[in-house]
Write a protein that binds this ligand. Structure first.
Ligand code: GRF
Length: 229
């Protein structure tokens, strides 16, 4: 649960970030933290890949990193072992919020339910459309006029928790899966810090995500951001 004192005292929100790849979204959070633009402290990063560039980004910012590679010494680390190590690490860091930013392993319901903090995920599609993988290609094949990304609460069911925010863009006729991915990612880089700011300020209440926090006069979730790129 998000500690109400964290909001009241304007303390920094302690964030743990789980990654698998480049970590461009992690970098946006690092930059915002270092610039004082977001009231956050990134207390640690967990990567399930030892070749993830996100690790370099965290090291460069002197953020603690735990590499829990899914393949170590030629052996595959099962999800249960990964989750045991990740749980211990998260408990040690005591985050207020866990952010899955390009994290590509599917977590078990037990891990999610017993996590020491609420968990949000960045998904590259306008949920509930296009859960799972290859979202950009599928959106183009369907002939979608709009596409984008979503941030949702992580629950045991994949990509199915309450959708908090979305960034939307128009699909161009010339768009390929790659160009769309690049444009959606620009949206992600705005959506993630914005969403975390709303959580840190208590405007989005993760304990009661459908009712928009203390104020029923705020717009209903998901809050939407249009991207012109
Ligand atoms: C993002 O596009 C996210 O939507 C997807 O993985 C990508 C992660 O990018 N799930 P990065 O590692 O933050 O650069």
């Amino acid at each position: 649960m998000l500690d109400s004192q964290t909001k009241v005292n304007n303390k920094s929100l302690r964030i743990a970030v789980l990654v698998s790849g480049s970590g461009s979204n992690l970098q946006v959070l690092i930059n915002a933290m270092q610039a004082g633009a977001l009231p956050i402290e990134i207390v640690g990063v967990i990567s399930n890949r030892e070749d993830a560039y996100a690790i370099t980004r965290a090291n460069d910012a002197s953020i603690p990193v735990a590499v829990l590679s899914h393949v170590a010494s030629g052996k595959r680390m099962g999800i249960k072992t990964f989750e045991t190590h990740a749980s211990a690490q998260l408990s040690a860091w005591q985050p207020d919020l866990i952010v899955l930013a390009g994290f590509m392993r599917v977590l078990s319901g037990a891990f999610i339910e017993n996590a020491p903090a609420p968990m949000i995920n960045l998904h590259p599609a306008l949920l509930p459309a296009y859960k799972g993988l290859d979202t950009h290609q599928r959106a183009i094949q369907t002939g979608e006029r709009n596409h984008g990304c979503s941030i949702h609460v992580v629950t045991a069911e994949l990509d199915a928790g309450a959708v908090l925010t979305q960034a939307l863009l128009e699909v161009n006729q010339k768009d390929t899966a790659d160009s769309l991915q690049a444009r959606v990612q620009q949206g992600e880089h705005q959506l993630l810090p914005w969403t975390i700011l709303l959580i840190a300020k208590g405007i989005i209440d993760l304990n009661n995500p459908h009712n928009n926090a203390e104020s029923s006069y705020l717009p209903a979730l998901p809050l939407k951001l249009w991207i012109n790129n």
